[in-house]
Design a protein around this ligand. Sequence first.
Ligand code: FCB
Length: 455
Amino acid sequence: MTTSIRPPFVPPVRGDFASDFLWGSATSAYQIEGAALEDGRVESIWDRFCATPGKVADGATGAVACDHYHRWPQDLDLARSMGMQAYRFSIAWPRIFAKVGAAPNQKGLDFYSRLVDGMLERGLQPWATLYHWDLPQYLQDGGGWNARATVDAFLHYVDTVTRRLGDRVKHWITHNEPWCTAIIGNYEGLHAPGLTDFKTALQVCHHVLLSHGKAVPLIRANVPAAQVGIALSLHPLRPASASLEDAAALARHDGLRYRWFLDPLFGRGYPQATLDQVGAAAPTVEQGDMDAIAVATDFLGVNYYFPETVKDAPGHGPLEAAVAAPPLEAETTALGWPVAPEGLSELLLRIENDYHPGPIYITENGSCYDDEVGADGAVDDLARRAYLQRHLAALKDAIDGGVPVKGYFAWSLMDNFEWAEGYRRRFGLVHVDYATQRRTVKASGKWYGEFLLEK
Ligand code: FCB
């Protein structure tokens, strides 16, 4: 299908979308909260990773970040001022349990309770992510997600949090991007905990998916009228060339990058061809696990940033496939990620066609540019504004094509700690000056506000 990016490009208006379409933005705890040692929070794998020399750009850490732990009223005010109706945030497990078997930390629970009340007071529907990568370090010391016991620890944490907040939070995302937790953190070693073992990564992945599946009925039991889903990071895939080798590499990559997650979530188990390819690295699966993972959910969260071009790469990684750098002439963001709005519609149409997952929410989409505060104090991030407009147009194309997308969360409400990239990579609709913690709504954020308020 073609998208609406034909000259002259006309930015979408809110009326192009259904009146009950949900608009918001997203953040995660470790990326914004700071207050790493406050009110009983304990070390997470990201604190440890940041403290390991050479792992995070500029030696950055999330110790202060956007100081959202103290400044959240102002941040929620900003979301509201832009006309957003929903706010996706994550809960930091290390604020809730200081060790295995400990009583829940009331101060941590109280913080999220206040935060949720603050959202509701501002007309923001809370969307809580239960795991956005900040595993307590003490659990990593016991094997992390590679250990099946971490699934039980997660369920205990989920039970505690949903009991406390479930009277007000109805929308729950179990996990953010299991690919990143498992593969980037445990095989590529670029994220915490920084391991580089493929078998570990696949076992981690299995336990993360299992913990999702087991959490869903628990959340439903604790939360009247709960809506529960998972957020996956997905890319449309393109072959690097028309060669048979690249086509085969693409199929292998697709098996792990896409089908390894969606097939089991939608009841098909792990793809057999990929199981054959990974051989002895395949995870240990106990009886009943695949049924648990295949639990019905209320929505699928899709995080979309860019398409991947895949090439045959003999000797490279377990599947001998590699993601190729985009061609020099390709339009890219400051992170080198290709800008391809049509990839969003392509991806959504594929998911709908392959799985019919029911309601879909875009739980993240956004772009990184090197923003500067001008002499007039303004941040004219016109490239990010265009990225947003073009992706919303592509989203409308997908909806027109029959994909039941029900909402969109821009990544991110504000600049924040971009994991291994530290603070030098900015994704926010709002600029954060880390020296002063001053917030400035960028041109992209102003446009989003005008779009949402139909100005
Ligand atoms: C996603 C993460 C999110 C943010 C964006 C840029 O993979 O979920 O926390 O870092 O990328």
